[in-house]
Write a protein that binds this ligand. Structure first.
Ligand SMILES: Nc1ncnc2c1ncn2[C@@H]1O[C@H](COP(=O)(O)OP(=O)(O)OP(=O)(O)O)[C@@H](O)[C@H]1O
Ligand SMILES: [Mg+2]
Length: 363
């Protein structure tokens, strides 16, 4: 899929923008703080209905303005679609070809992007929640059934946790909630395992090629309260029953898919404990490259790649290999402060835009 046009009004420091993407690679260059990431953030909104930097949408509205508007024109499997996001102080409004959506569930994944960002390092250093969010966000963009199951599970989890705060607990009522949560858990877990298995089959080779370290054994594991195996339904029922007294004591649900974590191992050691910053970066790049192919396998089209300032943090040899590994037919939008970082692309392949104080100008 491709983005053909992007129009912005009062988005962050960009007063107004009309950008036409006429080549497969678009390079956005500018000094720090000029608005490069803002452009990628706006495209990302069209794919996920949210920012990758802030939780509060209103922060994206230009200072002293009431409203901001993002319009992206995309080509998806040969069909044109216009996606629109409007943010104002009351909330967020989402449209596809002027049809509005009452929830973001149906909007997420109408177009697919994969973002490479310096913040990705949090994937290893942050809390399990960060890694769960990564899996959830990627799978939600791909599979409506996943979003639906996760959404329903979270709603029931909230209800269960609120109920556990009551003085009188009716265990039959809890059991009814558990049965519903178990069904959604099974759906979510199956998708998570399928994704992790795919990563495991492919990530090691990519990582080894990127860092040229052949002897390393790489393993990604979904660390879950729930043991992998057959009879998930029975196992979960038993676990919920066994945990109930503890849940009542703590007034919250102590086990379940909301505690899952994604852990990466190098030679059986947790990556976070043994890898250098550079190696962590390359591992993230390898995981994201795998993700690109996973998306292609599942929706039969490559996503749009958003590369936010990723080249400044890796050396020239790795930069070259990274570019070589990017699928050639993927539309790629790159931000950089330094033109020399993109010299590996021939000049005919990309369109160049300069950003200064929120103004984007084609070179
Ligand atoms: N709501 C807003 N209204 C107006 N300006 C904003 C808003 N939010 C952020 N900005 C401004 O946007 C600019 C940051 O833009 P952005 O993060 O895209 O910069 P960048 O070019 O990617 O810089 P760097 O190279 O440092 O990553 C800052 O000048 C910031 O003050
Ligand atoms: Mg930036």
């Amino acid at each position: 899929m491709k983005i053909e046009q992007l129009s912005l009004t009062h988005f962050r420091n960009i007063e107004s923008l009309n950008l036409v993407f006429d080549k497969d690679v678009t390079v956005i260059i500018g000094k720090n703080g000029q608005g490069k990431t803002n452009v990628l953030e706006a495209i990302h909104y069209c794919s996920t209905s949210r920012s990758f930097r802030v939780k509060d949408d209103q922060l994206c509205i230009q200072f002293n303005q009431e409203l901001c508007r993002i319009i992206g024109v995309f080509s998806v499997k040969g069909n044109k679609k216009q996606l629109k996001v409007i943010l104002n102080q009351d909330g967020k409004y989402l449209f596809e070809n002027n049809k509005s959506f009452s929830t973001n569930k149906e909007f997420i994944g109408l177009v697919n992007t994969v973002l490479f960002s310096p913040n990705d390092l949090f994937l290893f250093d942050g809390y399990p929640k960060v890694r769960r969010k990564f899996i959830d966000s990627e799978l939600s963009k791909l599979f409506p059934e996943y979003v639906e199951a996760l959404f329903s599970y979270n709603k029931l989890l909230k209800e269960r946790n609120n109920y556990l705060k009551q003085i009188q607990i009716d265990k039959d009522y809890i059991s009814v909630l558990d049965d519903q949560m178990i069904e959604y858990s099974i759906t979510v877990l199956n998708y998570r395992y399928r994704f992790i298995d795919y990563l495991n089959r492919n990530v090691a080779k990519l990582f080894q090629d990127l860092v040229e370290e052949e002897s390393w054994k790489i393993n990604l594991s979904l660390e879950s309260d729930i043991p992998r195996g057959d009879n998930l339904r029975e196992t979960l029922k038993l676990m919920y029953n066994q945990s109930l007294n503890k849940d009542i004591l703590f007034k919250s649900t102590q086990i379940g898919i909301h505690k899952d974590d994604l852990v990466t191992y190098i030679n059986d050691q947790e990556l976070i404990n043994v890898a250098s910053q550079g190696q962590k970066r390359m591992m993230i790049i390898a995981i994201k490259l795998c993700l690109i192919h996973y998306i292609k396998e599942n929706i039969n089209e490559f996503p749009i790649l958003l590369l936010d300032d990723v080249f400044s943090e890796i050396d020239e040899v790795k930069r070259k290999r990274f570019i070589e590994f990017l699928p050639k037919t993927c539309q790629t939008i790159v931000t950089t402060t330094d033109i020399s970082h993109i010299k590996l692309w021939s000049q005919e392949r990309y369109s160049l835009f300069t950003v200064s104080n929120g103004n984007v100008v084609k070179e």
